[in-house]
Design a protein around this ligand. Structure first.
Ligand SMILES: [Zn+2]
Length: 472
């Protein structure tokens, strides 16, 4: 720091309980964060940072928590268009053949955009500052456009790359995305151009659908493309007994062993779910340094046993980069990574009858630094330190659940949840203030997605099941 008086900064957040998530996990109960442009320039005690900086804008956190924004490692951003449409007891085969395939064969890019816009708004409202799209937007630009409109950091993937019809028993046809190796190889890496601008808010990664839907040729090509571009390879893997059995039969061995043998695992391989992990699949995970997106609410909603009986907690404790994801809003219902952390912790404890297996601090680690590592951006997001991108959440203590202030860190996962998210800063810009979005009008977003849902469900002739009589 120069000695010529206070340094100018664009934003100073002061009177904050700063949870930095830096390498030493330092916490400043009377702290401050200073931002210049899109970078953090200082984190420390409110007095020292305040004396060293003169700010264009100052926000008082009034004693509440400031922490790095949550990282969403795996979601289907555009499926928000039909959240809740098919009820919560539909079967595996029916959800694909009777809902998703007809849906995918009629939904338009603008209808997907309406869902993506809602998803992005929902994420910032819940304290998420970066998400990785899972590779199922027909036109990835719809997701990029929605992210830019709301001001959230995003990684967008390739559109529906699959070439093996093992996804379900019937191998249904999605007109815009047939099982086709040539098509998949042609589209692979189509979002990487975004990374030419190192400051871009929306970046690209490699995504294939995975989960018993990829040939070895596609798997290997995807890994090579990810390696060459220094980005993550995201795919689904071992969600439930159905796709794990498909993989076992097709590959003649357990899938993680096979993927290790053909060279697909590695530190930049980030697989979603991983609920069904057999004994001989643990070593490939540990040895490869691969990352996992643990989508606990999605597993719990579907009842696959992954959250309670999966090995995520043990793998996390063994040093595996386990981050958190929401998957689809038809599984997890909400894109809320704090809630995902809470449910993951509680499920792990309950399934093992062991309340020390995961703590609130572990939840925050998975939601921030591990998420950043899992999506390949640990050098720029996930912790609050000079030089990092300014992506953080300012909480409010103006809630009954925030008091008394005995353990403010545990409180945000165990008590207040996302209700305490007040202000969100992404890339140095305030995108949520007082719980309201700054760059988009929430009512307009709601009206747009309500209309899109109605239109697409009408074209499908689909009626959401009702268990109780609805009287008109
Ligand atoms: Zn998914």
């Amino acid at each position: 720091m120069e000695s010529s008086g206070p340094q100018p900064v664009d934003l100073l957040v002061t009177d904050a309980f700063v949870v930095s998530m830096d390498a030493e996990r330092r916490v400043w109960p009377n702290g401050a964060v200073a931002v210049r442009g899109n970078r953090i320039v200082a984190v420390g005690s409110a007095r020292e940072v305040g004396e060293a900086m003169v700010a264009r804008r100052t926000i008082s956190a009034r004693g509440a928590l400031v922490h790095p924004g949550f990282i969403e490692c795996h979601n289907h951003t555009t499926l928000h268009t039909v959240r809740g449409a098919f009820g919560d007891t539909i079967s595996w085969d029916d959800v694909v053949s009777e809902f998703y395939v007809p849906y995918w064969n009629t939904v338009t890019d603008e209808e997907e955009y309406a869902g993506a816009l809602l998803a992005c708004l929902e994420m910032i409202r819940n304290g998420t500052t970066c998400f990785m799209e899972a590779g199922t937007a027909f036109e990835p630009e719809t997701v990029a456009r929605a992210a830019a409109a709301v001001g959230i950091r995003a990684l967008v993937g390739d559109p529906f790359l699959w070439d093996v019809g093992g996804f379900t028993a019937e191998s249904p046809t999605v007109a815009r995305a047939p099982y086709d190796t040539a098509r998949a190889l042609r589209l692979l890496g189509g979002q990487l151009w975004r990374n030419a601008d190192d400051e871009a808010l929306v970046r690209g990664h490699i995504a294939i659908v995975g989960m018993a839907s990829a040939s070895d040729e596609l798997e290997v090509a995807a890994k090579q493309a990810a390696d060459a571009a220094h980005v993550s390879l995201n795919q689904h893997q071992s969600y439930c007994d159905v796709d794990a059995a498909d993989d076992d039969a097709r590959l003649g061995e357990h899938p993680l062993r096979h993927l290790q043998e053909i060279g697909v695992l590695g530190p930049n391989a980030m697989f979603a779910h991983m609920n069904i992990i057999r004994d001989d699949e643990v070593d490939p995970i540990l040895e490869s340094g691969m990352a996992i997106s643990w989508n606990a609410p999605a597993s719990m909603m579907w009842g696959v046993g992954g959250a309670t009986h999966g090995r995520h907690a043990e793998l996390y404790r063994a040093g595996v980069t386990v981050g958190l994801g929401s998957d689809s809003s038809n599984w997890a219902n909400a894109f809320d990574i704090g809630r995902a952390a809470t449910l993951a912790i509680l499920a792990a404890r309950d399934g093992r009858r062991d309340r020390s297996i995961l703590t609130a601090e572990d939840g925050l680690t998975m939601a921030t630094v591990n998420g950043a590592r899992a999506v390949g951006l640990a050098d720029r997001i996930g912790s609050l330190a000079p030089g990092m991108r300014a992506d953080f959440v300012i909480r409010t203590d103006d809630l009954p659940e925030a008091h008394p202030r005995t353990d403010p860190i545990a409180a945000i996962l165990y008590a207040t949840g996302s209700k305490s998210v007040d202000t969100v800063v992404i890339d140095g810009r305030v995108v949520l203030e007082g719980g309201r979005p700054v760059l988009v009008d929430a009512e307009t977003v709601y009206r747009g997605v309500d209309a899109a849902a109605q239109a697409v469900l009408d074209r499908m002739g689909y009626r959401t099941p009702r268990r109780w009589p609805h009287i008109s």
